[in-house]
Design a protein around this ligand. Structure first.
Ligand code: PLP
Length: 389
């Protein structure tokens, strides 16, 4: 077993060696511009992009013409929300989203508010779920778009996509979902789920950073987006700029692998996540699960708080373990997690929380080590500085 151990796969993932391998020729030998129609350098690049596009479309039940490549989920979300809002504002200027969305979605909405749009931010319960009746009541004749993330990056809450899609369809409203965490991990089908716009990112699924895609529905209805980056009219004019061919090839391979491994990896990693939780709770008193029950959340997510412990001190104890924590945020200039706050976790509990994101390279041995370090660290700190919960 090698230290340090990486358990922060919601933040990013390593590039799979198979992904790295297929990308390499497109940096050097096959460096062509996919838009060069006059020679074989361009054709080769174009062909590689077409194959990747197929894999990505296939994973979510879309057609390749519905995939718009860009730089990642942040850009996808901005294009989806701002592009749709600008394009359809004559129909109305109201958007519905959720308080626990990723900052990319929340900030895009904030920008639209500054442009005169109205945004409803739905609250969530202690599990991170929205209330579908509340969603339905929030819809008015000016609503053009709703955006609800598929899987939450902090607490793993899964949205009822099919129900939301059905509601959107009935009311004639566009439905965008941020699937950066869900894509490649849980089955997604844009047709049966009634999804109109879906944001993806390669680096969350063992692909490279800086490449992502937006699914844009092309029939019933055909969706138009106002471009946010103008230029040579690549990607059907919705996102100009020379295509990142190695990145696209890598993303295609990463999602092809994710599809092939989806069932086996969700079971294997889910078991590791459950083992981690079990060992920690057996070894410690006063630990609190943040978010939904384990069997109801994204299979690789675990978020918990530790009573009577200082979050910063705990992180120091876990220096050989890469996990994410709210501690650093509450003490420095940053804000505590808006997600933990939204589900009713107190400031103190949020400060003493850890987010584990398990992934493809993790092993049982590593889980045992991490659980041991957490137990040891918490016990040590509780002995040293008793701190009220
Ligand atoms: C990582 C992430 C993003 C941002 O993706 P980038 O490709 O890094 O821009 C957006 N939403 C969620 C849920 C994420 O986990």
């Amino acid at each position: 077993m090698k230290l340090p151990i990486y358990m922060d796969h919601h933040a990013t993932t390593p590039v799979d060696p198979q992904v790295f391998e297929v990308m390499q020729p497109y940096f050097s030998k096959d460096f062509g511009n996919a838009a060069s129609r006059q020679h074989s350098f361009g054709w080769r690049a174009e062909e590689a992009v077409a194959i990747a596009r197929e894999h990505i479309a296939h994973l979510i039940g879309a057609e390749s013409g519905e995939i718009i490549f860009n730089s990642g989920a942040t850009e996808s979300i901005n294009l989806a929300l701002i592009g749709a809002a600008q394009q359809y504002q004559k129909k109305g200027r109201h958007i519905i989203t959720v308080v626990t969305e990723h900052k990319a979605g929340l900030e895009a909405c904030r920008y639209l508010q500054g442009q005169g749009f109205q945004v409803t931010y739905l609250p969530v319960n202690a599990l991170g779920d929205i209330d579908l009746d509340q969603l339905s009541h929030a819809i008015c004749d000016k609503t053009i778009l709703m955006s609800v993330m598929a899987a939450n990056n902090e607490i793993g809450t899964l949205a009822p996509l099919t129900e939301i899609g059905e509601m959107a369809r009935k009311k004639g409203i566009l439905f965008h979902t941020d699937a950066a965490q869900a894509c490649g991990k849980i089955p997604l089908d844009v047709r049966s789920m009634g999804i109109d716009l879906l944001s993806m990112s390669a680096h969350k699924v063992y692909g490279p950073k800086g490449i992502g895609a937006l699914y844009v529905r092309r029939r019933s209805p055909r969706i138009q987006l106002t471009p946010q980056i103008r230029g040579g009219a690549q990607e059907q004019g919705m996102r100009s700029g020379t295509l990142n061919v190695p990145g696209i090839v890598g993303m295609g391979k990463a999602l092809e692998l994710a599809k092939a491994l989806m069932i086996s990896e969700s079971q294997r990693i889910g078991k590791l996540r459950d083992q981690l939780y079990q060992e920690i709770t057996e070894g410690l008193e006063e630990v609190f699960l943040n978010g939904p029950p384990l069997n109801k959340r994204l299979y690789n997510n675990l978020n918990m708080s530790f009573g009577k412990v200082d979050g910063d001190a705990l992180l120091m104890e876990l220096r050989e373990v890469a996990v994410s924590s709210d501690a650093a945020c509450t003490t420095s200039a940053g804000e505590p997690s808006h997600v933990l706050k939204a589900i009713g976790v107190s400031k103190e509990r949020a400060q003493a929380s850890l987010r584990f994101g398990l992934g493809r390279e993790n092993t049982t041995e590593e889980v045992r080590y991490v659980a041991g370090r957490v137990i040891e660290g918490v016990k040590k700190l509780r002995k040293k500085v008793p701190r009220p919960t």
